[in-house]
Design a protein around this ligand. Structure first.
Ligand code: SIN
Length: 546
């Protein structure tokens, strides 16, 4: 057990900029901030973690002669179902080739054919082959390995891994940095006038997800506690084809990339019927929400829905999809000889911290990029493989904006350290997390409706009330992290549920059984702040005024 300091502060390191998170967005931002001094804070034990690492699809960018940024932007806007910011979509797709160049300069090698031409894949709702891969479906691993090495070699970046962010240090004055707990379980103030949130998404809120367990909505909750504007929280994208590794499989399920369907893999029901032909002219390559609902509804009726990888494997070979083949084999399936069972699982949260086109949040001194941010690119439904592109483009934009802003020094401060998890709280917190995932699965899955949403909002409040109260003493680092993650998940879940209840229509990834049509009057964003949780007992952030 760690005796928490009762004095008014434990000073940590200081720098020009703090970047929270070590996915593609965080690493890109940190690299692009040179020569400013950067503290890169991440809760994972190495730089080799997070959702980016698991990305299979690759990065969408218009690099083919027969393609154009305008076409890529148009596909993005159609997928976004009326809620994309057309200017952001135009800008990001225009910057696609430059983003690819940035990655190549940092050591990423994209897959080419025998003549040296880039191999470009196809995915759902793209009008052209424009997805660059690296190592077949191991794109995330290849990108992250290259960027992690570049970060380790960069003199301007100091990495603090195994370090869990607690809260933004924001008192009455300007932002002073970030409270974070290191492996020694001590909460320190990491001081900087500029903080970039890039800690990833929220997949761990759902019972089945393609995300890693660390996707606990930390950035969303931290920004919310300080009153930042959040938007589009109701839009959570379900990937139609994760591998059902067992009859009651839950938690992180292996992704079977849409690139497989782009290369010919087929969805079939128990009779071997290719049911997507009945659902949409684009069949297996229909927009992701359409495919996810088609699979989900059949599974609800007890049907065994399967993906036949064989046409894709025949075309690209096992080398084209090493991760999919390995995942199938690990689960006891031979994808060369049989179809494999699939289910939709939470894949990407379009909602998050609202930013402008430079990645600035509504709080001065706070930027956001990557999955935690809502930049306007994805709207109600992200186009496949646009998120790695967004991570690089916005990571660089954020860095550029900070580099061109007036420089301020980190403020000396005398802020009281936040209170943390009481000893012995890990067990109760893990139970709360399981209960939270169960209610999210019931009410905030592929289809939603008011009665379930009302019930889940009440239930989440009950769970919130059961969160162990912070105390004068705290447990070890793992226990503190579990408590902080639980607190973040509870807050994020309550905000997501509120937004989903408010949007009385179906659009993009948000399908309301009680409002199955898209309504013109809802062609607008829902933005929320902490104060919108009217029945909240969240109270002020752990660190309030300083
Ligand atoms: C996939 O590989 O199917 C996922 C790609 C993405 O979500 O962008």
């Amino acid at each position: 057990m760690t005796e928490r300091a009762t004095d008014d502060r434990q000073d940590g390191p200081s720098a020009d900029v703090i970047v929270l998170g070590s996915g593609l967005a965080g690493l890109t931002t940190a690299l692009a901030l040179a020569p400013l001094r950067v503290l890169l804070v991440t809760k994972t034990p190495t730089l080799y973690g997070g959702s980016s690492l698991l990305a299979q699809g690759g990065i969408a960018a218009c690099v083919a002669e027969d393609d154009s940024p305008a076409e890529h932007a148009a596909d993005t806007v159609v997928a976004g179902a009326g809620l994309c910011d057309a200017e952001v979509a135009a800008g990001v797709t225009e910057e696609g080739p430059e983003a690819v160049g940035f990655l190549e300069r940092h050591g990423v090698v994209f897959d080419c054919d025998a003549t040296g031409r880039l191999l470009l894949g196809m995915e759902g709702a793209h009008g052209r082959h424009r997805i660059l891969h690296a190592g077949g479906d191991a794109a995330g691993r290849h990108l992250m390995a290259a960027l992690a090495k570049a970060v380790q070699d960069a003199e301007h970046i100091t990495v603090h891994d195994s370090t869990m962010a607690v809260d933004l240090a924001l008192g009455e004055g300007p932002l002073r940095g970030l409270w974070a707990v290191g492996p020694d379980a001590v909460c320190r103030l990491f001081r900087s006038p500029a903080v970039v949130l890039a800690p990833g998404g929220s997949g761990a809120l759902w019972p089945a997800t393609s995300n890693p367990p660390e996707a606990t909505a930390d950035g969303l909750a931290m920004a919310a506690r300080q009153g930042a504007l959040l938007a589009d929280l109701e839009f959570a994208q379900f990937h139609p084809t994760t591998l059902l590794t067992g009859p009651a499989a839950a938690g992180r399920l292996p992704l079977l990339s849409e690139a497989l369907r782009g290369a010919g893999a087929l969805l079939v029901d128990g009779d071997g019927h290719r049911f997507m032909l009945d659902e949409h002219p684009l069949a297996e390559l229909a927009p992701r929400d359409v495919v996810a609902r088609a699979v989900w509804r059949r599974r609800q009726r007890g049907e065994d829905i399967r993906l036949d990888l064989r046409p894709a494997l025949a075309k690209r070979g096992a080398d084209g999809f090493p991760q999919a083949v390995a995942a199938c084999r690990a689960a006891g399936f031979d994808p060369f000889a049989e179809t494999v069972p699939v289910t939709p699982a939470l894949h990407y949260h379009m909602g998050g911290v609202l930013t402008d086109a430079q990645g600035r949040s509504s709080l001065p001194g706070l930027w956001a990029c990557g999955e935690v941010a809502t930049t306007g690119l994805h709207g109600a439904n992200r186009l496949a493989s646009n998120s790695l592109l967004e991570a690089v483009v916005f990571g660089r934009r954020v860095a550029e904006d900070i580099l061109s802003s007036e420089r301020r020094d980190a403020l000396e401060s005398s802020l009281p350290a936040p209170e943390l998890a009481p000893p012995g709280c890990a067990g109760p917190c893990l139970e709360l997390q399981s209960a939270l995932r169960a209610v999210m699965g019931q009410a905030l899955g592929v289809e939603r409706a008011a009665p379930e949403l009302d019930a889940v909002i009440a239930e989440l409040q009950v769970l919130q009330d059961r969160l162990p109260a912070p105390g004068q003493e705290s447990g070890d680092a793992a226990e503190i992290r579990t408590w902080l993650e639980t607190r973040n998940m509870l807050l994020a879940a309550r905000l997501v549920a509120q937004a989903a209840l408010r949007r009385e229509e179906s659009r993009g990834a948000h399908f309301r059984r009680d409002y199955p049509m898209t309504r013109e009057s809802w062609s607008r964003h829902i933005s929320l702040t902490l104060s919108d949780l009217t029945a909240s007992n969240e109270g002020p952030p752990l660190y309030a005024a300083g």
